[in-house]
Design a protein around this ligand. Structure first.
Ligand code: HEC
Length: 145
């Protein structure tokens, strides 16, 4: 009897606690998860290392997937920033995969988020997978550029 009572009392408490914890740790790309500085640094890197392939002409010719706009957002909607970070870190630039430092990957992700009209915030995008996994990619409120 006692065990059962403890269970009945404990269950809503656990549910409440996990809701509070979830609300604190989970966020979305709409919440300002990178800084404007980071995106600027990412822009410089992007021009040097990515634009060669991911430029407007090649992207619209269908040779290279675009990193902005509906197709890109639909690919990534529902995944987390850890997935996008991991994709870049392990496969890009495709001529030299694995060559980017963690900070550089975060800057590139920040730049790509800025291109897709996600707002900048006060805290830099982290590089730890555990932290990145809590940031969900959602469609931006104002649409892509
Ligand atoms: C030599 C050409 C080349 C370069 C340089 C390059 N990419 Fe790519 N990228 C590709 C190709 C081809 C694909 C599609 C195949 C794939 O997903 O691996 C791709 C796919 C991607 C994707 C996945 C897009 C999607 O929606 O699935 C991301 C993100 C990306 N690249 C980011 C980058 C970043 C950031 C850089 C610069 C550090 C970069 N790429 C440099 C050729 C390139």
């Amino acid at each position: 009897m006692k065990v059962k009572t403890a269970f009945i009392v404990g269950l809503p408490f656990c549910a409440l606690l996990s809701m509070v914890l979830f609300a604190q740790s989970a966020s979305s790309t709409r919440d300002g998860v990178y800084t404007a500085d980071q995106a600027e640094q990412g822009h410089v890197l992007y021009t040097k290392q990515c634009a060669l392939c991911h430029d407007a002409a090649q992207q619209s010719a269908g040779q290279i997937p675009p990193l902005t706009g509906d197709t890109f957002l639909q690919n990534w909607n529902g995944q987390t920033v850890a997935d996008l970070y991991g994709k870049i870190q392990t496969t890009m630039p495709s001529t030299h995969p694995g060559s980017l430092k963690p900070d550089e990957v975060a800057q590139l992700v920040a730049y790509i988020l800025s291109l897709n009209n996600y707002p900048a915030g006060k805290t830099p995008l982290p590089t730890k997978p555990e932290s990145l996994q809590t940031i969900h990619i959602e469609m931006p409120l104002s649409g892509a550029q």
